[in-house]
Ligand binder design. Structure first.
Ligand SMILES: [Zn+2]
Length: 194
């Protein structure tokens, strides 16, 4: 049985993968919510169940290979590829740009599904799309767990997310949470307070 979006949201809260407060995102923006997907995906059965939604969505698409940007995307891409019984490769950052290393490559016209954990601006996914195009391979679609762009990001290919969440985010200079004097937390360095 496939999870509903509400059930996925519940898993995020239950595992503290969804935090509320004042957070510095990797995009540089500030937000009242932070998704640490790894917190929910550490439970491999939850990862299986959530990725099942992505795999099911693209099951009837012709796919040769699943690709994801390191690091968070790897957990998603590997699981989706496993369920679809396809090859899985990943792009990783060398200096500042994502690139294929480890002898990974794509053939011309190879059909590729891009996977990611969280999309805010979609930066890493757009970079992966450029890598795929540079080999002359074809993008089948983009599947990811959380869309926190409020539906603003359009990759130009069929895209699917398992959870859409309205989250406020601000440019640092215009942040309402900063104005309220709420301490900014860099996720990952956060001490758990109960
Ligand atoms: Zn702020």
């Amino acid at each position: 049985m496939s999870l509903s979006e509400q059930e996925i949201l519940k898993l995020f809260k239950q595992t503290e993968a969804l935090l509320e407060g004042h957070f510095l995102l990797t995009s540089g923006r500030h937000s009242n919510r932070y998704f640490q997907c790894a917190k929910v995906l550490q439970y491999t059965d939850f990862n299986t169940q959530i990725c099942e939604k992505i795999a099911a969505h693209f099951r009837n698409s012709e796919i040769d290979t699943v690709i994801a940007p390191a690091l968070g995307g790897i957990i998603v891409g590997q699981e989706v590829a496993r369920q679809l019984n396809k090859k899985f490769i990943f792009a990783e950052r060398e200096q500042t740009a994502l690139t294929l290393r480890r002898g990974f490559s794509l053939a011309e016209n190879e059909k590729v599904l891009v996977c990611e954990d969280v999309v805010t601006t979609g930066g890493s996914v757009f970079e992966v799309i450029e890598i795929v195009k540079s080999f002359g391979a074809k993008i089948v679609g983009v599947g990811y767990i959380v869309d926190r762009s409020n539906g603003k990001v359009n990759f130009g290919f069929p895209q699917f997310s398992t959870l859409n969440v309205d989250a406020e985010s601000f440019l640092p200079d215009e942040c309402e949470l900063c104005n309220q004097g709420i301490p900014l937390v860099k996720p990952g360095s956060r001490k758990t307070t109960k």
